[in-house]
Design a protein around this ligand. Sequence first.
Ligand code: ADP
Ligand code: MG
Length: 147
Amino acid sequence: MKIITKNEEGTLAFAEKYAKDLLPGQIIGLIGDLGAGKTIFTKGLAKGLGVQQNISSPTFNIMRLYEIRATKTNQEIKKFCHIDAYRVESEFEIIDVGVEDFIGQKDTITVIEWADKIRNILPGRTIIINIKLLKKDQREIIIDQKK
Ligand code: ADP
Ligand code: MG
């Protein structure tokens, strides 16, 4: 599946809508150059999932965890785990921060920016989303069901 967005708002809105189809335990790997829109996409997902806190870039923390309050339509997803592997040099670093306690857990949706850096430790069911910078405000978002 492919879509083109024409501005930041378009990517936010698409991700917000896409979030509604996610199942508990799903893992999303985002791939794209610096400034492609991985963090913007993550913000849209968080909004769609009902995260109330502002999503900040976890570059210096590698991982941030957000609580999701139960709603009528979502009883099962309780946590949103945001990982940014930008500064990760080896897969061991990511294991060291304890991601395995959250990745793929039944009550958690996990999103990983720079997923290509830790591809070897991603489960096969990870949904890979490529974001390509086409023009100044134009991005192509390509969703693959497998890594
Ligand atoms: P990344 O996390 O991939 O490095 P960010 O999401 O932090 O990138 O930044 C994307 C930048 O591109 C933001 O400044 C955003 O305003 C801008 N931008 C312009 N057009 C788009 C678009 N169509 N979708 C997403 N971001 C866009
Ligand atoms: Mg980012």
